[in-house]
Design a protein around this ligand. Structure first.
Ligand code: IMP
Ligand code: MG
Length: 181
């Protein structure tokens, strides 16, 4: 079965938008102590492209949080499985995530990071789902809005597959149902 329902953003559209976000971030953080913190694994491609367009040297770190695993629905519980190696103290932390869906992950991480005496904490998300936010979180830098479908590609997975697609796409509901049997 063909898994892809629709290509939402092409490689070229993503490249252009990432360039715009990086330009804005470079401007806003030029006199600051920027630390990019990518949320693994979904943000790895976005972060790699974004950081290379930033106009000055900056620090990069990662956290890993509990994931969806084989399921398309979140369990609702957020846990840090791997923490940053850098201390966040005095840093201007910019959390980089793949998608703002229910908001649990970003809300939890932002609150957690704020307790570590950073200079500031902001959020950059590649995607935002149109309807599903249960927890409101301010997204300071947003790439694109996407429909309330299951999204894959450019780092985002379904059951650990499709991360290496060059584009951002929605999956067919029948494909998800088939796989979750
Ligand atoms: P939230 O806590 O519900 O906002 O979920 C955030 C995390 O769930 C994201 O960082 C993604 O890793 C994952 N996620 C949510 N929706 C999707 C999707 O449509 N495709 C792939 N991963 C998703
Ligand atoms: Mg994620």
């Amino acid at each position: 079965m063909e898994p892809i329902a629709e290509i939402l953003y092409t490689e070229e559209e993503i490249r252009k938008r990432v360039q715009e976000l990086a330009a804005q971030i470079s401007k806003d953080y030029q006199d600051k102590n920027l630390l990019l913190v990518g949320i693994l694994k979904g943000s790895f491609i976005f972060l790699a492209d974004l950081c290379r367009q930033i106009a000055f040297p900056c620090k990069i770190d990662f956290v890993a949080v509990s994931s969806y695993g084989m399921r398309a629905e979140s369990s609702g519980v957020v846990r840090i499985i791997m923490d940053t190696r850098e201390s966040l103290e005095q840093k201007d932390v910019l959390i980089v995530d793949d998608i703002y869906d229910r908001g649990l992950t970003l809300n939890y991480l932002k609150e957690n990071f704020l307790t570590r005496r950073p200079a500031s904490v902001k959020i950059c998300a590649l995607l935002k789902k149109e309807l599903s936010q249960e927890v409101k979180v301010k997204i300071d830098y947003l790439g694109f809005k996407v429909p309330n479908k299951f999204i894959v590609g450019y780092g985002l997975d379904f059951a650990e597959e499709f991360r290496n697609l060059k584009y951002i796409a929605s999956l067919k509901d029948e494909y998800i149902k088939e796989k979750m049997k």
